[in-house]
Design a protein around this ligand. Sequence first.
Ligand code: CTP
Length: 415
Amino acid sequence: MNQTLTGKNILLIISGGIAAYKSLDLIRRLKERGAGVRCVLTGGGAQFVTPLSVAALSEEAVFQDLFSLKDESEMGHIRLSREADLLVVAPASADLMAKMAAGLANDLASTVLLATDKPVLFAPAMNTVMWDHPATKRNYRILLDDGLHAVGPGQGDLACGEVGAGRMSEPLEIVAAAENIIAGQPTGQPVAAPLKGRRAIVTSGPTYEAIDPVRYLANRSSGKQGHAIAAALAGLGAEVVLVAGPNNQPDPSRVTIRNIESAAQMLAACEAALPADIAVCAAAVADWRVAGEAEQKMKKDGSGRPPALNLVENPDILATLSQMNGGRPSLVVGFAAETEKVVDHAQSKRTRKGCDWIVANDVGTGTRVMGGDENTVHLITAADVENWPKMPKDAVATTLAKRIADHFINHFGSE
Ligand code: CTP
């Protein structure tokens, strides 16, 4: 796992918004990476998450009031803002962004933000009309011009029932942005962009292969891994097209989504997204589709005999991209889900399909990888087999994205 946050102190400011519940997970993600996390909870924030949950997860006192004698005797607000290596505002409400842009200091959060001499990362979260309001846009621009770092917001279903931009970035996207800042990247957006100017195609999720208008063949892929990779590559500055089969994952921010159903549609969407420098095929593409999908719903014929489904092989997207004659992405990465002889099978899959790297994972019975949160993988290149420790799928994604960025820096220098 990335060690950048180990031993670092993060001051997390949680302002008011339904997205505050995600900040509880953010605390856990920061702490599991070895960071110390102190939290400031605004009055609005405390309407959504309790000080007790924040204190329990951060294992620190929670700071709430500017004029609290207790807080000030424990830790003055200046010290609070200066002892941190990084301030993270998540969620950053429209109200708090406006205060920050105006330089107000009328509560603990805004005072700490005005008093700090450390980098500040903010993750806007609000209703889409509020986000689109010229005042918010102005404040956002002012904050970036002032050298603050932003992550998100993303697109998707908002808690208010509307759909659009304004959704707070997922905790791991915020973690990746924090890691980039701590790693010493220059201020302003993008926070760190070793893949800036690079185009990436990522496939994710299952494919659905229609039998008739109401039935289909599918598999249990959740899309977690592919979506996390798309987010991680975008986090490093790549321009990402995510070609996704049906899934329930939130759309990652700053990624172009192409939703498809079948393998044939996935291939067409990938080809339409070319040219690209990077292709990562993380989708669990159905190997077969039904020959001659029925135009009408198939009916039982009363004989008691089920209909025969004739299957034909689907196009192999990874092999197609790997074996392109002109315009092949310069780095093509596949996944190999294996239940036995994981490395051996993956090595021969890499040569057979013609991709550059294979991320091999053990999906044998009992590993609970399919649909689960963790993955034990091996990265297989032409020269090497790296055994990565068991880690969450998001950490696999950030580690892989970092390896991809290093590959481009080593081969082509930084942009
Ligand atoms: N893949 C693809 N298109 C397909 C099948 C697979 O792009 N029609 C990609 C997957 O996204 C993954 C890799 O190929 O990156 C390996 O998938 P896997 O299912 O493990 O391999 P198979 O091709 O099904 O090989 P096998 O049946 O031998 O395991």
